[in-house]
Design a protein around this ligand. Structure first.
Ligand code: DWN
Length: 387
């Protein structure tokens, strides 16, 4: 594959989830974050993805259970997918994090085996009684699973786009599902990012930005096909793909071809997006300039916010802190932009006029929970504005 650079975010911390202490300022690694496009395969990806061990290890900062709405999302998902499980079959979840989806399977009386390389988050799932295989999905893990279980469903939420070696990944999944099972995965989707200018879905952990065009081709190389898809609200616009072995038992829904058609000229869209990202940055900086004499803080120490603050050059002089509920983030600082993370539960939001929301994908849930805040929200998606 031969990638041409299409979007350049300049210097970004290599690890968006690599929160730092004050003593570590200046030691965090950076790289040129450039998005590339391969015209032959329609692949969109980071030109230089970081080594997976740098990002996914025993200090992984993101815990999935921090959102109530996501818990409901996974409960609904397990309910939907349970019909794919045959007698005696188990589900396997790639990137099972703290067991948010395993909880949902368990509530339905179904077993789900997790695969998770980040030991600290896996520990939460194990403590809740779930089985988790430590490590990255690959041929060895697939062999282990096949030697112990009959696998009916392989599921991955917001994990496939993190896996740089898609060949080894899809090869392992194809072996796991065989000719009878299904592979269901969901990730932020290119057309949503394009339409909402949610450029902060590009960061170190997200090697790929998926399109149907690219996935169809890549999955076929591993003897699999997409038989259906479903647009999701999660993460500001995701796509769920339903996959089976080529010519499997599920009829291919016409939605797949229709969605591919909608993707149209991807290179044109990427070039257009690149310009709109620059405009979005200027718009957000203008708004922050307008409110510079007011009391402003940030909300949700997301990986996305690391990209936004580093790309836009927003530092502690503009945002004194960002609040979050995650214990491992609290007290630390964003890599690069060095904005401090403080406890959401200890913040008196009534003392603020404006909050910049970096967890914009959870906005409904946040607004509902933050009725004490009487000021205004600032967001950059789908365009910078005060709401
Ligand atoms: O793909 C990924 C997604 C699933 O999660 C990972 N690569 C990393 C991570 O991305 P993110 O950090 O952008 O995800 P979220 O889900 O947007 O993060 C929400 C953050 O906001 C968490 O740190 C928790 C926090 N939060 C909060 O402080 N108060 C969230 C809610 C809903 C709240 O009320």
């Amino acid at each position: 594959m031969s990638y041409i650079p299409v979007i350049n975010f300049g210097k970004q911390p290599t690890h968006a989830n690599g929160f730092v202490t004050k003593e570590e300022f200046g030691t965090e690694p950076f790289y040129d974050m450039v998005i590339g496009f391969d015209e032959e395969t329609d692949a969109i990806r980071l030109m230089e993805p970081a080594a997976r061990e740098v990002m996914f290890n025993d200090k992984y900062a993101f815990y999935s259970k921090t959102s109530k709405k996501m818990q409901k999302h996974f409960a609904d998902t397990a309910e939907e997918l349970k019909d794919f499980l045959g007698d005696g079959e188990v589900a396997v979840e790639i990137g099972s994090n703290d067991g948010i989806m395993q909880d949902a399977w368990k509530a339905l009386g179904k077993q789900c085996i997790g695969v998770e390389p980040s030991g600290n988050v896996a520990e939460i799932a194990k403590n809740a009684g779930h089985t988790v295989i430590d490590g990255f999905i690959g041929r060895d893990v697939a062999n282990k699973l096949l030697s112990e279980y009959k696998v009916g469903v392989v599921y991955g939420a917001n994990v496939s786009c993190h896996i740089t070696d898609l060949d080894e990944y899809f090869d392992s999944v194809a072996r796991l599902i065989g000719s009878h099972g299904v592979f269901v995965f969901e990730d932020p989707y290119f057309l949503d990012v394009y339409e909402k200018c949610s450029y902060d879905q590009f960061y170190g952990e997200h090697t790929w930005m998926f399109t149907v065009k690219f996935l169809e081709r890549k999955l076929a190389e591993h003897g699999m096909e997409i038989f259906d898809l479903k647009p999701l609200w999660t993460h500001g616009g995701s796509m769920r793909f339903y996959v089976q072995a080529l010519w499997g038992k599920h009829k291919v829904n016409k939605r797949v071809a229709e969605q591919k058609e909608k993707e149209g000229d991807i290179l044109f869209k990427l070039n257009d997006l690149s310009k709109r990202i620059q405009t979005s940055k200027e718009g957000l900086l203008n708004i922050l300039e307008l409110v510079k004499d007011k009391r402003v803080c940030g909300f949700g120490a997301t990986s996305k916010g690391v990209v936004v603050t580093n790309y836009c050059g927003i530092g502690p002089e503009t945002l004194p802190f960002i609040t979050d509920t995650t214990p491992t983030k609290i007290g630390k600082f964003y890599p690069g932009s060095h904005i401090q993370i403080v406890s959401q539960n200890e913040t008196d939001y009534s003392q603020f006029d404006y909050i910049v929301n970096f967890a914009w994908n959870h906005f409904d849930e946040i607004k509902e929970a933050r009725k004490d805040f009487k000021g205004k929200w600032i967001t950059h998606v789908p365009y910078p504005r005060i709401t």
